[in-house]
Ligand binder design. Sequence first.
Ligand code: NAD
Length: 487
Amino acid sequence: MSLSFDPDTLPLPIGHFIGGELIEVPGEIDMKRPSDGKPYAGCPIASPATVDRAVETAKAALKTSNWGGLRPRERVRVMHAWADLIEAEAETLARMEALSSTRLISQLAAGDIAVTAEQIRFFAEFADKEGGDVVPTDDKTFGMILSEPYGVVGAITPWNFPVSMAGWKLGPALAAGNAVVLKPSEMTPFSTVYLAELAVRAGLPAGLFNVVLGDGLSTGTALTGHLDIAKVSFTGSTRAGSAIMENIARTGIKPVTLELGGKSPQIVFQDADLSKAADAIVGSVLFNAGQACVAATRVIVEASVAGQFTEALIARMADIGPGPTWDEATRYSPIISERQRDRIDAIVAAAIKEGGRCIAGGKPMDRSGYFYEPTLLTDLDPSSPAILEEIFGPVLTLQTFEDEEEAMALADHPTYGLAAGLFTSDLSRTIRLSRQIQAGTVWINRYSRSRDHILPTGGYKRSGIGKDLGREAYLANRKTKSVLISL
Ligand code: NAD
């Protein structure tokens, strides 16, 4: 059966989801389809009063359901049922996602959505395996560490992988016994609302997972600054992450997990399998048209093979297959908005003006929607914005090095440290450089995530604080209390 669908007839849940119910409200922020620029809906904006209602509902639901105090296996059961339903409804979720975002219908149901269901099961399984501890003390004392949920977690997600990013927040927070109020991006809200509907259908007590729609400045600020939000978990830009920390510092103190931007270097040595390295790098920068936090955007290649490697990159960037996100045959995504496409174009134009050479792409594509050509820039000064700024588009820069020391100096970004790629056949070098690289993830002779959800993901430097995925993400959703009993 074909996965393609008609984008003009897809029903959407337009409203907030609070206390187990869809609260339909008129859209205020105009939404356009990235694939053809056609207006199709409006995103409502939750006022501070609506955010307050969602947080109060979550607090009350924690109390009435005793979610955090249930036998942990009961939480596991509900979360597995939810994951099953996500799989059963994968096609509907996929359509909502493909309509608003830049994700392709061909990659969603068996990709992002299936992986999200898997991750929810993965996190559920921590619920009855991670607990507190009894600690060594003198024989007149009994000391223990209790592990407890925080309460209501406030989560905020970006537009580039809406269901996946929601899953990264919801899995550990709910498994750990918390309630969640989540604000998805105003550009891609509807699949998250549907996720919440599915959670209630699966048996999650109403009010434990609420969704408020809106923009960052009004709804997001009200959520992160709410006094009854006990912890904030955010994925998005470094700029918004800073604003959130500032707001939290002003309104109170609470832990915050930040998954932020990146500008990930790819170091290619002459002894690498150059064909595989080119596949991995171009595969990453074409995936979602480079709109991924870990996109492999900064190629740093050994000078002796630079010419050959450049040819390999250009050849792979020519075969892309752009088209609407709702067409199963499409292989290359549009850019999320006209504004973002123009920003990409401005950075590329400035790079060329300052003396950079554009050897592939370099302009918007001549078709409807917001498509941009896969672009390769060389001969740039290391201080160029094209090399330092997160472009969030299909733009690769290429720099060359003579020795390992120079490669590492070029790879080291002044502010970002999200991920890095190393391509070499020298085993000692892979270990030595993995230790040196200042990044939260290092991929060697590959450049993609695996389905091993036990690997934590997160950034060094201003790419973030804390981790999503892995045991760390579960533990970050529990707080500890030390108890001493005099015997
Ligand atoms: P964004 O920062 O503009 O928005 C992300 C979310 O934050 C949205 O829901 C937005 O409404 C909200 N927001 C914005 N300002 C806010 C504020 N002051 N207070 C509260 N909420 C606010 O980012 P985006 O354009 O949606 O997504 C792209 C960015 O996300 C890129 O920088 C990318 O690298 C990053 N990202 C990081 C990861 C990761 O795991 N590190 C994953 C995906 C995306």
